[in-house]
Structure formats: C-alpha cells, structure tokens
Write a protein that binds this ligand. Sequence first.
Ligand code: PEP
Ligand code: MG
Length: 904
Amino acid sequence: MTKYVYSFLEGNRDMKDLLGGKGANLAEMVHLGLPVPPGFTITTEACRAYLEAGETPETLDVEVTAHLRKVEADMGKQLGDPTDPLLVSVRSGAKFSMPGMMETVLNIGLNDQSVEGLAQQSGNDRFAWDSYRRLIQMFGKTVLDIDGDLFADALHGLQQKNNYSGDLDMTTEDLKALVVEYKQIVKDATGEDFPQDPRKQMDLAVEAVFRSWNTDRARIYRRRERIPHDLGTAVNICTMVFGNMGDTSGTGVCFTRDPSTGHSGVYGDYLVNAQGEDVVAGIRNTLSLADLQRLDSTSYDELRAIMTKLETHYRDLCDIEFTIQQGKLWMLQTRVGKRTPAAAFRVAAQLVDERLITTDEAVTRVTGEQLTSLLFPQFDRDAHKTVLTRGMPASPGAAVGEIVLNNQQALERTQAGASVILVRRETNPDDLAGMVAAAGVLTARGGKTSHAAVVARGMGRCCVVGAEDLIVDEAAGTVHVKSINRTFTAGTVIAIDGTSGQVFEGDVPVVDSPVMTYISHGLEAGLAASIDEDTQELVKAVDRILTHADSKRRLDVRANADNPEDAERARDFGAQGIGLCRTEHMFLGDRRKLIEAVILADTDDERQEAFDALVPLQTSDFVGIFSAMDGLPVTVRLIDPPLHEFLPDLTELTAQLAVKEATGEEVTAHDRKILAAVRANHEQNPMLGLRGVRLGLKIPGLFQLQIRAIAEACLECKRQGLDPRPEIMVPLIGSVRELQIVRDEAEQIIAEVSQASGVELSLPIGNMIELPRAAMTAEDIAEESDFFSFGTNDLTQTTWGFSRDDVEASFFNEYFDNAIFGVSPFETIDMHGVGQLVELGVQKGRSTKPDLHCGVCGEHGGDPLSIHFFDSVGIDYVSCSPFRVPVARLEAGRAAISNDVTNA
Ligand code: PEP
Ligand code: MG
C-alpha cells in the first residue's frame, strides 16, 4: 500500500521529491532539535493521485486520521474541541519553492463553539475572534473559491466606518460582527453554511491545496522557473502557534545573511501581534530584527542561535519563518534561501573564506542565469537624474519603462513593444503575469520579504518596494507622489533602481555593469569600474568562481561569430575559438546580387565571372576573422541557406511585376528571368530543401570558391606572421558520400593553393551532424571527417519534425499546458530524444576514430542544462553566441564538478 503521510519525525531534507521543500526541511529541523510545532506531511504522490482521479485516495483519509491522533495525543488536545481546541495550519509545499503561488489555510478547527473554548483557554477574546474571522476569510477565498474582495471590502468598510487606522484597532465586538458578516458572505456565495465540522474543514483545505497546484499563476510561475508541471505539491499539517496573541507575540521572516548583498548579519522583518500572512502579504510595514531584540531579547537570542545552527548545518544562506507565541519561539519553516544574483556570488565566496564550503562547491552554488543578470547594464552614475522618491531596494537592476498599474496594462503594453514598470500599492500572487512582463516592479507598501520582493528576486527582476510616498490609484490610473505633490498617469516613463531603491523621472541612460567590464577587460578594469566596496567584493567573487570553473571544466567554449567584431568580443569574453562561422551571412546586403548572378547564370563562364568577383571578398572576410582569432580554431561552415533567402519572395515579385504590367511600366528581360528563377527554386519546405551540402553539389563551384577563399586567407595570415587555424565544415550531411565528394574537391583546391605558394596548409575538414541519418550512420561519416559539430537546431527540427521558424508561436503553448514538454526543445536539448542522437553520434563516430573531436554549435551550446548534458556525453566543446560565452564557461565548470559527483 502506498504510504501517503509522513510525520515530521519520519522525514529529512533529502526527501523533497516526496515531502516538498517545506515538509523535508521541517523534518530536518525536528531532527536538529529545533522547536517545531508537531505535525505531518501529506506527500506529493497523494497530490498527483488526487489530481488524476479528482478525489483523494481512500487510504489517505485513514492515514491522516492516524497521524492526526498522534498529534492530538502529543498536544493533549483534540482538533476543534469546543473547550480547548487543537488548531492546525494546512500549508502547501512543493519540491521547488513557489512563493505565494499556492494556498495556505490557517486556524483550521475553529467553529462557533471552539472559538469560545479558545477564548477561554487563551484568556483573550479578541485573539480568538480575530483567528476565527481569519479562518473564514482564508477558507472562503481559497477553499470555497469566493471572491476575496468581498471579505476585504467588509473588513475595510468596518475600519473606515470606525475611523480605524488598521487591523489592531478592531475590538472583540467588531470581530464578532465581522464573523457574522463573513458567514453570511459564505452562505450567499455558496448556498451553504460555513462548515462547522473541524475534520471536514481540514479535508477540504487539503484538497484546495492540491488543486492550487494547477492555478493559472502557479502554472505561469512554473513555466518561467522551468519547474515541471507533473510534480504536484505536498501538504503540511502543523499545529497552530499564534503570533497574534497580544504584544508578547509576533511573527517574522529572517535570513541568515542579507539576500540582496550577501553580507552576513541579522536580516529580517518582524510584526508584533500578527499572523504570518500579514508579513508576506506586505499589508503592514514591518519592524526590523533589531526591534525584536529590544522587545524580547530572550527570543531574539534564541533565534540568533538557531540561525547560526541552521547556516552551519545547511552550509548556506537560510531563510526562516518564525512565530513567537507569548514569548515562546517556534520555527515554522526554513530553506536554503532565495537570493539576488550578486548575493549568490558573494555568499559563495564568503562561505569558502569561512571554510564552510570548498571552492568546487562554491562553483555549484551559482548559476549561469545569475551570472547573466550581473552582465546587464546599470544606470549611468554621471547622468542627470530627477529623483521622485525612494523605496526599499528589494531586487537589484536598472529598469526604465512606462507606468502600468495592473496585469492587463502590463501585458498589453509589452505586447505593443513597450518596456513597463508595474506599479502597485502592494502585490499579491495574482500579479505574477504583470511582474513577468514588466522590466521592473515598484510597490508602495510591503517589506523586503513581501511577495513582490521574493518573487522579483527569484526572477532576477528589478524591484523597489515600500515606497510609502506613493499613492497608487488603479481606478483613476494615477500614481501620486505625496512629498512633491505631483501625479503621474499610467504611460509616463519612470526609472527604478533596484540596488539603491531610488525612483527617477523619465528615461535614465544605462551603462555597462562592472561585472561586464571585468568579463571583457579583466579584473583590474572590473575593480576600477566598481564604485563601492560591495561591488568590488562582487567582482572579486565572480572572478574567483569563474576562474575556478575554467580550471575545472572539460568542455571548451567557443563562440558563434561571423565577423571580426563579434569574434573579438567573443575572445574578450573568453571564447577559445569560433565553433560556427555562418558564411551565408556574408552574402547578404550588396553581395546578394552576386549570389543572384550565380543562381541566374546561363553559362559556366557567367557563373565563373560571379565567383571571381566573390573570391577576394570572401578572402578578406576570412582574413579579418582569422586575425581576430589568431592562434585559435575557427570553424568555417560552407554556405548553408535555404536558397530562397537569396532570391526575392515569389508572391511579392509576382505582385510587383503585375503592377508594372498594369501601369504600363516596362517589364525587363532581367525581371522575367528572376521571376522564372524564383519560380523554379520555390520550395514548399525550404528548410528541408535545397540547402547545405545539397546546394554545394547542385551549384558547381560554389563550395570551391569558399574553400579557395579559406585557403587563400589562411595563406595571407601566415604571410603576416599570424597563426590561422581554420577548419572547414560541411553542413547538412546525411550520407558519407556527400562528404566524400566535397572532401575530394576541397583537398584538391588546398593542394593547389599550397603548391602555388609553397606554403604547407593543413586544414581539417569536418561536418555538421544535424540530421538523424547523420547521427545513425556516424561511424561511416567519421571515415571521411576530421571532426563533428552537432547542429542541434536542425537536429531538433528534423527529429521532432518541427519547423523551427513556425512551431514555437503556433502551438507550443498547448504543448506546455499539456505537459508534453516543460521547456521548448529548441531552448534546452530534449535529452531523451534529440540528446540520444547526439550521444549515439559521438559514440559511433569515435568507434571509427577514437579521438574524433566533437562540438555542439546549435543554440543549446549556450543553455545551462544542455551544457550539463553535453558534458556528460563526452562532447569536447560547445559554441554559443558571444554574450553567452561567460555563462557557458561557468556552466561547463559546474557540469564538470557535478557530473563528477554523480559519477562517483
Ligand atoms: C544548427 O542547425 O544547429 C546550426 C547551428 O545551424 P543553423 O542554425 O545555421 O541551421
Ligand atoms: Mg543547421
């Protein structure tokens, strides 16, 4: 029988798949002897079973009863007992943290009787009725699907009527009245009374948490964070402890280090006389932990000791949720905390300095994605700026955009091509779509641990919170800045600085980040460009980690570049050569006419004339690139366009000529010749048509011209005392015979150039593996090939039968929704399908030539997950766009270190 429920004593931190992150870490804290309220976890497997069958497995109910009785026995209380009730919280908790995306219900077990019991036991009527109204409100919204505004409006209405400034002003009588009103809301909305049976409350709440796995916002979040849709969430049922039991109670969130800067120290938000939901929702502005020290030094000291214990145990920055109930500290949650990209690098380096982790581990603690975000530009220090106001810096970066006030505006304006800043009074999880679309997020309320802040940090989205100077009026479409008494309408451009918390008027120019300066010009330049000590520390941390990654990686990193400027940039970024120089890009612009002439040529002489004009141009292209990459390999791919890219569009051309005819303008013989050529070359599926090696074989002389240009350029560079290292690559090979023909011709040309000059030229000749047949027959192809380069773009296209240029926009959304894949196979290599062909191609190729050099030059070469896969199947190098080179270096280092661990 499947076991669906684990007590906190049965789990541990390695059981995240089954117990979710929260459940696994609660269990870990219990083992560490920390004060965790008793409880149990319902597994993700139960959630999956529920979502599949639409009902809970029967055995789950039975198991829950047994575990609930154990907790009741431990606590000496029964769930919902009228005289002294045990109350529980029902919290979601997936394997990967999805802050605020799923549901939580607190105070389960309260009803019309037990509220009296709670009042008596606690000696605090107000607290009991406040807890009851919170239960009905949360339960109504999340379990019964009632519009949350109905409850919020009733609450605000009551506060307004009495001129209250907030929740704490409400009296017991107010809360009792609110409970009556809330129950009526439930009755009106559902036709039924608010459920009084405690166990029924609990079961319904569990189901609601299961269902919340599939809400729109949860799905959007998962897609963004690349979390698979089929994991399901666990549910934690935990004895309630109360932060709203008066002034000696409270609740808070803290981090063992600052998640924005990485600095060690005490960092957190605390709210007196409140429940956890108040902190994360950012409804009330919070106190700092220093205030807690003043208010309750015993709990503060205990919390500090626990923070140290947790950080030592997890050997990483931890975030913690805690509650103090009448002076007693309880731990509600911990996990390895989310952090900003800069903090990730700083913390990793600090932990090495503190001898808590090794440098290898430090490399695995940061990601390519984090490095990418550090490369983004920042506001120009010297630019003129008008500060409108300031909030708390919650997630760093520089964002400029139009003010938008809700999701809809955010989506509309970004779809129209605008950059937007989402400005909200406070955010809630429903704002996720807007946050994803926005360049930055600005809120008037909430602390650094509010949802807005946590979610923005997780996404690397620039964010400023708690700008209390702002009055955001969504209905009026305005943002008013109180201190300067100015009002801005939606659509006005502002700029926000997530590092300083400043908000500026208008467009502010941005400049390179110091990390980017370091990457392109070295450590000294990076440090010089860093304004303050914090930034210098960051640049040093990046240098340390990246240098170590470089020393560990097995994969070389090359760049895809087809002009000297890109080649130079790539080299600055640490590229070890060019893995793909797409020569078709060299035939665009003015030179398109020459290719057109090749295609239109009636005689060999005419064609030769066009070739003769092209050879010197190509030669000088190559000289430029080989010089920029002096001493490093440059893989030049022979021309691979679908032919139609070089000819006018058939429909357009037909229309143009029709117009000419209609208006009596002369249609020349040349016009007609082009139209005939376009018609003759028109293909239904150009990507599967006359391209690559097929074109080379169809148009005699085309490849030869390029090969000659490569050889001549090589010679020219040598004459200049350089060390050119070109490699000739043949695209779209499906049969060894194709390669053999090109190779024979190439060798002949190289020999000619070599003989004529008296200089020995050794140019490796290899091919792309981008068709399934090439991978399947790689042992034959290797006979004629000096190297393989996997063109995983085409290999994905041809393996799935997906037209690369069409499918993503046309039906991938449905594929994501149906969990056919969680991420586009054009972005991350489809390891089970396309990836197997790569692995097979490498194996078969090396069965013929054991030392066969194998690279990847498709887009996947710069994708972190794909890089890990390529490392594991024995690829020698990846090649990606210049901007991704630093990321690929880091990820290749991480892959080497973690693949070593998994293989050990
Ligand atoms: C590929 O197919 O992966 C590749 C690199 O070639 P292209 O994208 O130019 O077709
Ligand atoms: Mg290709």
